[in-house]
Design a protein around this ligand. Structure first.
Ligand code: AMP
Ligand code: MG
Length: 427
């Protein structure tokens, strides 16, 4: 006699790397672009290479306040040189007569004929009627001169398509004269929370909470995380608690968004409406990922109506995160973040890890790859938050990053461990 398959049979766990590969295989870059003011482009991703039409700096110029001269003309310390002109930043000088020098200021173009600058600290003004200086230290050719093009050569690709712009890159783009930049459109994300137990802060006071009710905390950090990833967010609140309303909400969201992101309701045996509704409107794969926190995870698609929405493709992405707050937070950082970067055309999405010593012990190995909430200490090591439960959001606030601990590994005090900082993941 054969046993009928039980719905509670455990499907084999998928590794996080496999889950990432599968997820990223769906993340084709968005095709639409925006032209934005360089001022407003922080965090956006370039849609085209920036090629410099000029060299930066445009001319050889002084990197010091001092005197521009020909190094060859100074033969001994203390030699007197007449000062024949004065060149301030933003003004061009005259060609330099041999045997003379020009008073020059930082950023001012070098006069023709000069090949070095003596900083004013290495000079002494000559008294009396002669306008001249003693050059105390004979200069080397090229000294204190910034060369034309030493920052950027004409024709160079200064920033490449797919690079995410930082404050420094905005400055660099501006130094090329670019007031506007072509960037990939922001992903439009519809955010839903699921769960009948959820209530909203501000709507129900703590003393009025019914038994079993909890505040919807995921909605707050997910919305903030999406904004940090450059998304336009439609926060659609808590999923309506009937099937028809859920179907209607998903359909409308699919037409107008690139991704529908939900939290909760992806565990085995869930009662939420969202799972069957996504299945009905498209497809849904439920993954059991071998990671802790954050085992249940769903990827799917919701078909769009032919018409306005279809210009964006036939279907909208769907990602379902686990409901436990820390699981939701960590799976967002490890899976949704790279997905959103890829939608914006970023190629390099791998985790940046550093090795640091554990200043704690982990006596019990887990079968799953574990992401422990830790904090760097003043001694250069990592401390562990004592409660690593996936419901304890305090751990994610206290911690400044995650230890990526391989499946089946214990940790002894002093062991080198792989640390991924939240500041890298939240940027
Ligand atoms: P679920 O994945 O829906 O089974 O939820 C797992 C746990 O996370 C349950 O204890 C839920 O109450 C909790 N949870 C789900 N959604 C949220 C949310 N938006 N905010 C806070 N906790 C949640
Ligand atoms: Mg639930």
């Amino acid at each position: 006699m054969t046993t009928p398959p039980s719905p509670h049979n455990r499907s084999p766990l998928m590794s996080l790397d496999d889950a990432m590969d599968r997820l990223l295989a769906h993340a084709g870059p968005l095709q639409s672009t925006d032209s934005v003011a360089t001022f407003d482009a922080d965090g956006r991703v370039l849609a085209q290479d920036l090629v410099s039409a000029l060299q930066v700096p445009p001319n050889d110029n002084s990197s010091m306040d001092g005197y521009a001269l020909r190094a060859f003309d100074v033969t001994a310390p203390g030699q007197v040189m007449p000062v024949t002109q004065r060149i301030a930043a933003g003004h061009a000088g005259e060609p330099l007569e041999p045997g003379t020098c020009a008073r020059i200021f930082t950023g001012a173009p070098m006069p023709d004929g000069a090949d070095a600058v003596v900083m004013q600290e290495d000079t002494v003004e000559v008294g009396g009627n002669i306008h001249g200086v003693h050059i105390q230290v004979p200069p080397q050719p090229g000294q204190w001169v910034r060369r034309a093009g030493e920052d950027v050569m004409r024709g160079a690709v200064v920033l490449a398509r797919g690079e995410r712009l930082s404050p420094a890159s905005l400055g660099l783009a501006a130094s090329l004269g670019l007031a506007h930049l072509s960037v990939v459109a922001r992903p439009r994300v519809a955010l839903f929370s699921t769960g009948d137990e959820l209530v909203m802060p501000g709507e129900v006071a703590p003393e009025a909470m019914k038994p079993g009710a909890i505040y919807n905390s995921n909605r707050f950090f997910l919305r903030a995380l999406l904004h940090r990833m450059g998304c336009e967010v439609s926060d659609l609140g808590i999923v309506p608690d009937n099937r028809q309303a859920t179907l209607a909400a998903l359909k409308t969201a699919a037409d107008h968004h690139d991704l529908i992101l939900t939290s909760g309701g992806v565990s085995v045996g869930e009662e939420d409406h969202i799972k069957p509704a996504v299945q009905q409107l498209g497809s849904l794969d439920l993954w059991q990922i071998a990671m802790k926190p954050g085992k249940p995870f769903a990827y799917g698609t919701v078909k769009r109506d032919a018409g306005a929405g279809a210009a964006r493709g036939e279907a909208c992405h769907f990602i379902g995160l686990p409901g436990n707050p820390v699981s939701s937070f960590v799976t967002f950082l490890l899976l949704v973040r790279p997905f959103l970067l890829r939608l914006q055309g970023v190629k390099a999405v791998a985790l940046k890890a550093t090795t640091l010593p554990a200043h704690f012990t982990l006596g019990k190995a887990d079968k799953r790859r574990e992401f422990l909430r830790v904090r760097r200490n003043a001694a250069g090591g990592l401390d562990l938050f004592p409660n690593q439960s996936s419901g304890v959001l305090t751990s994610a606030v206290w911690g400044d990053g995650l230890v990526d601990n391989p499946a089946g590994s214990t940790i002894a005090h002093g062991d080198p461990v792989s640390f991924v900082s939240f500041s890298d993941l939240l940027a």
